[in-house]
Design a protein around this ligand. Sequence first.
Ligand SMILES: Nc1ncnc2c1ncn2[C@@H]1O[C@H](COP(=O)(O)OP(=O)(O)OP(=O)(O)O)[C@@H](O)[C@H]1O
Ligand SMILES: Nc1nc2c(c(=O)[nH]1)N[C@H]1C(S)=C(S)[C@@H](COP(=O)(O)O)O[C@H]1N2
Length: 199
Amino acid sequence: MSDFDPVRIGVVSISDRASSGVYEDKGVPALQEWLGRAVRNPVSWETRLIPDEQERISAALRGLVDQAGCDLVLTTGGTGPAPRDVTPEATLAVADKVMPGFGEQMRQISLQFVPTAILSRQVAVIRGKALIINLPGQPKSIAETLEGLKDADGRAIVHGIFAAVPYCIDLIGGPYIETDEAVCKAFRPKSAIRPAAAT
Ligand SMILES: Nc1ncnc2c1ncn2[C@@H]1O[C@H](COP(=O)(O)OP(=O)(O)OP(=O)(O)O)[C@@H](O)[C@H]1O
Ligand SMILES: Nc1nc2c(c(=O)[nH]1)N[C@H]1C(S)=C(S)[C@@H](COP(=O)(O)O)O[C@H]1N2
């Protein structure tokens, strides 16, 4: 039996064109690929592909947290300034608490990659015992923002936001998430680190 807590993760791709079949969705696969490498716990996935419709996005987020029981939900797409970009509004509408540091740090990271990083209005919120985080729609931005920027020896130049996700989920009463340090080292205060199970 695994020593790791099971984790339920929702991954939501928000794109008019991918959801209507104009192009293939790369958002859900990119999220699952990165998270599958970073998270050591057994993961059960909930995936959604929806258009840029505010009420549908909020309904999907409520369903993922309240009915499906997700501990963590990541969205991709719809965070920019265009009229149909409404993911941040839809996310704030289901929030119990807003966590501004995630959006601030993601824009800092993204600026290392693209000067248009400041166009993303991405937010993160707590709903119940779940953390919901918006990522930009460009599929490559998923690994960029979650993992951050590293030097040639793998040392962090700018920390990816996923480093703070496990402890955040501890604090809201969720499962103890462990990561592969080669992908992303999770930071916890020493007092919050669970001793490794005896083998
Ligand atoms: N789910 C996706 N799958 C594949 N590529 C995507 C996806 N979402 C976005 N992209 C790519 O990233 C670019 C920027 O994403 P953005 O969310 O701004 O798209 P958009 O212009 O709002 O259109 P749409 O909502 O129809 O994807 C897109 O033009 C597309 O090339
Ligand atoms: N890391 C990263 N962040 C990024 C980008 C990117 O390519 N990489 N694209 C930017 C651009 S061009 C836009 S318009 C905004 C919002 O994108 P969205 O509407 O697809 O969410 O994210 C920005 N943040």
